[in-house]
Design a protein around this ligand. Sequence first.
Ligand code: TYD
Length: 211
Amino acid sequence: MTFKRGLFLCLDGLDGSGKSTQCRLLADWLRAQGRTVTLCYEPGSTALGEQLRAIVLQHQHPVCLPAEALLFMASRAQLVADVIRPALAEGQTIVCDRFELSTIVYQGHAGGLDLQQLREVGRLATGELEPDLTLVLDLPLEQARARRDRPADRLESRDEAYHQRVREGFLAEAHRRPDRIKVLDASATTEAVQTLIREEVTRVLATGPWA
Ligand code: TYD
């Protein structure tokens, strides 16, 4: 079944916030309502994106901060072109695990790159496409760290202060765009957090041209 206009949903947040599980549960729920859903994640989800993911997340090469930001942006540009725009054009619902907000927060707020410049490169990468709704899964750093179930990648191994700036960056960006970015408390159980997510998505579905 397709709808009047595709809906672009994004989940974002700290590593260990449970985004990936929540994305899958959200996609299952939307499909059960008869929607055609494309689930994707960043960096990755395209052939180019998977190669860039390996470069940027593994510990093999030194990657300076502007290069890091541009690699994430390049992966995003390909994802938008190959997956997100075509699916939206068919009226599908997109559930994306991270998007431009991650670069603004990790490489900008936490890394120190200029936010305005990053937003401009972001416009180039996405062709100014932005999610209709981004849900930021927020929880204390210690809890996020405790939930991580595998060895840290290159970014996850950055220090506590970096991840604290990531958390604060998400909150600041949500404050700046309250119409598009909502913060949810992700410290509860998986089921309770999924309920909060579904409430927000239900609210958006009731208001937009996709209703
Ligand atoms: P992700 O695959 O979401 O990690 P996980 O599956 O562990 O939640 O993201 C990998 C890492 O890349 C994560 O530490 C966040 C970081 N990242 C950025 O720094 N900038 C970006 O633009 C994106 C998309 C991710």
